[in-house]
Design a protein around this ligand. Structure first.
Ligand SMILES: Cc1ncc(COP(=O)(O)O)c(C=O)c1O
Length: 503
């Protein structure tokens, strides 16, 4: 069908605006015309087609067009003269560039429902994953700072030492991918504790693991490239990959870690493979050596990058830790692992300092991109952390945390075992800051987590961590951030809620 220029313009506007599919039809037409008027593509005095003609040309219902015209008229964008037609108003409504515009933006389409205002990506990001109760309560996986276990006085002293330095460069942006002493301290620590093979220049200091994944995605992947993600998966990783328009392929996890099927291995090869091999999040599985080797070989064969997230490897209570995938791969001469770690768990979450260890050929590009995309800084904080590590406080602190968390773990397991005797599978916790309590498939773990939440106990439902439908049910329980004095009481209450549901 040949359209009039105006109908063509509105059709283009409708396509350009990529409206949310749930926005009512008349609102889309209204928005398209309003935008054309505000942007002067439809000048003052232009005559709009009759509602019947426009409905015909846009293949829309006439009611939809009438409703759009009515709203435009009510807001003063158009005026209607009986018998003569509808015209774009000579003057735009007052303040459409000022206050009214702000209100309009918040109420786009006459709604305050964020789902209808956000981009499709924004809506999915905020609807599907992550966003949870920000309150930190017993058994949450993210800790409020545990002052009893944090050497706050030492930390203050070290910071004061750094602030007294007359080093003007500390006030600048960070142009070198991190403060050198911190990169060196991280490199020394990772070499010894995690078997990572590196020199300090390979370390990039970032503002959290999600920023590391964001940066990796922007620099190494293009839209719709495939990223393998463990299923169940860490929400933060999923969000960063999804926000960068990667096509996420969920890969099953069993007791030996990520377990790609034949179908996975024969599908379009991934650009990234995101894994938490030391302590799978949230199941707690440790990736076996055989799986690690297979994964490295596969990544080498298909030119994929392995994103190794070693988020809580400092906390191992029994058994021998396996060295990092990065170390294993480098030993075999394979440079395909990007290793990530964070200070969130070992210092405190709000410090927002983490590290990314890069294969040498990527260092230059990543430093440039880090600077260009985020303009990092906080060099005083980085310098203080370097001092904290160099003066030996970091190692002492981790040792103390490990002891405290091991004690909490033992206490909680004992309480739960007593309350839930024989009702749940035995819980094994060799490492980390949380454990998974698996539940039978008929249990609604979302409802159970909500019930716990109502009782002031913050646990998470296992099923929420899955990408796509699942039969898996369970609760993910953090034990590290519960005050030791409250643990028995909280543990008993948690046990009772679960017991009541299990019957
Ligand atoms: C699997 C995993 N990776 C990384 C992190 C830490 O992320 P960040 O460094 O952004 O605090 C967490 C925090 O809970 C996590 O669970």
């Amino acid at each position: 069908m040949r359209r009039t220029p105006l109908a063509e313009l509105l059709q283009n506007e409708l396509e350009r605006q990529d409206f949310h599919p749930r926005l009512p039809g008349y609102k889309r037409v209204y928005e398209a015309i309003r935008s054309a008027i505000v942007n002067r593509r439809l000048p003052a005095g232009s005559k709009l087609p009759s509602s019947r003609d426009l409905a015909h040309e846009l293949e829309a219902s006439r009611n939809m067009i009438v409703a759009a015209y009515d709203q435009l008229q009510a807001e003063g964008y158009v005026s209607s003269q009986t018998g003569s037609g509808t015209y774009v108003a000579d003057a735009l409504p007052d303040g459409f560039n000022g206050e009214a515009a702000v209100v309009r933006q918040r109420e786009v389409g006459g709604t305050t429902d964020p789902e209808l205002i956000l981009s499709k990506r924004g809506a999915r990001l905020t609807r599907e994953k992550g966003v949870e109760n920000y309150e930190v309560q017993p058994f949450a996986l993210r800790g409020k700072m545990d002052l009893l276990n944090f050497p706050i006085k030492t930390w203050q002293r070290v910071q004061n030492q750094v602030w007294r330095r007359e080093d003007i460069t500390l006030y600048d942006y960070d142009t070198d991918g991190g403060y050198f002493q911190l990169k060196k301290a991280v490199a020394d620590y990772l070499r010894v504790s995690r078997g990572v093979s590196l020199v300090p220049d390979q370390v990039l200091i970032t503002a959290g693991t999600q920023q590391s994944i964001d940066l990796i995605s922007r620099i190494l992947a293009d839209q719709d490239d495939v990223a393998w993600a463990e299923n169940p998966c860490y929400w933060g990783a999923w969000s960063s990959l999804y926000a960068n328009d990667l096509s996420i392929r969920p890969i099953a996890v069993d007791n030996d870690g990520m377990n790609p099927s034949e179908e996975d291995l024969n599908s379009l090869p991934p650009k990234f493979i995101y894994v938490t091999p030391s302590h799978q999040y949230p199941t707690g599985a440790v990736m076996s050596l055989a799986r690690r080797k297979k994964l490295i070989e596969y990544a080498q064969r298909v030119n994929a990058w392995i994103l190794e997230d070693d988020y809580d490897s400092e906390f191992r209570y029994s058994g021998r830790p396996l060295a990092s995938l990065q170390g294993l791969a480098t030993e075999a001469g394979i440079d395909r692992v990007l290793y990530m770690g964070t200070f969130s768990k070992v210092i405190y979450p709000g410090i927002k300092l983490s590290y990314l260890v890069l294969p040498e050929p990527l260092i230059g590009a990543f430093k440039t991109a880090l600077y260009d995309l985020y303009r990092p800084g906080q060099l005083h904080l980085q310098a203080a952390l370097a001092e904290f590590i160099d003066q030996g406080h970091f190692t002492t602190h981790i040792r103390r945390l490990r002891q405290a968390y091991a004690q909490r773990r033992t206490l909680l397991l004992a309480v739960l075992e007593k309350t839930l005797a024989g009702k749940v599978q035995q819980i094994v916790v060799d490492a980390g800051l949380h454990f998974l309590m698996r539940l039978p498939p008929h249990i609604d773990d979302l409802a159970l987590a909500a019930e716990c939440q109502a009782q002031g106990l913050s646990v998470r439902a296992l099923s929420r961590y899955y990408i796509g439908p699942t039969d898996a049910r369970g609760l993910v329980v953090g034990f590290a951030y519960v005050d030791t004095n409250d643990l028995v009481d909280c543990g008993q209450r948690l046990g009772s809620v679960i017991k009541a549901v299990l019957g």
